[in-house]
Design a protein around this ligand. Structure first.
Ligand code: LAC
Length: 225
């Protein structure tokens, strides 16, 4: 049976740490460290806002995380430069395995959807820029339910939008906490372990399958069906 699969976007289809290249002109040598701290803060803000039920959209989480990262790094940037960086956040590089992996999965007949904390319009721009939109049948944004991963409500919403029971809906993510969120909500989940040093949280929700790339995932589904 073809599967219904939601793909995490930031970290799974496109690389948020690729902001390093755009950041270099603004912050110099610490660009890599700055990109990582910005990303961590962005995610922490989304977690906290979901828990507090103080939703603002992910673009604003990203913008506020940038301000905080600038302040903690002691870097001063004009509003204009900050806007430039936030625009660049819609021009992230895709991972090399993303297009071939999605193409192979699509050829197997699976339904493929982008499923993200991101705002739909920003995701559309991002996936257009990365040339991935034609590989996907659509976009499901948590913005519709005004909360963030890993609130179980967003995984239930993905299954609802895909028209499948929870246990027939898949989440694919390189973010371990996202995989755990999906498993805890009753979905199936694949962990994309791009970084060999990545460690999965020792919780009671292991992934159904761990792969090192989306091409690896296509191989696994191919053998199964
Ligand atoms: C996403 C982020 C959380 O795309 O990776 O949902």
């Amino acid at each position: 049976v073809p599967a219904a699969i939601g793909f995490d976007v930031y970290g799974t289809l496109v690389d948020p740490l690729a902001m390093e290249h755009h950041l270099r002109a603004f912050v110099g040598d610490v660009a890599g460290q700055f990109a990582a701290r910005w990303r961590e803060t962005q995610i922490a803000y989304a977690f906290r806002r979901a828990l507090m039920r103080q939703y603002v959209d992910f673009d604003l989480c990203t913008a506020q995380a940038l301000v905080h990262t600038l302040q903690t790094s002691g870097v001063v940037l004009s509003d204009n430069d900050q806007r430039t960086l936030l625009d660049r956040y819609r021009q992230l590089d895709r991972y090399p395995d993303a297009a071939p992996g999605l193409a192979a999965l699509r050829a197997q007949g699976h339904t493929l959807i982008a499923f993200s904390n991101g705002v739909e319009a920003s995701l559309r721009a991002l996936l257009d820029h990365a040339d991935l939109r034609d590989h996907l049948e659509g976009i499901v944004s948590v913005d519709d339910v005004r909360t963030f991963k890993p609130d179980p409500a967003v995984y239930q919403y993905l299954a609802h939008r895909l028209g499948r029971p929870l246990h027939e809906t898949w989440l694919v993510s390189s973010n371990g906490w996202d995989v755990i969120g999906a498993k805890a909500a009753g979905l199936r989940a694949a962990w994309v372990r791009r970084n060999p040093s990545a460690v999965f949280d020792p919780w009671e929700f292991p992934p159904d399958i761990t792969v090192t790339s989306l091409e690896g995932l296509a191989g696994w589904f191919g053998e199964r069906t």
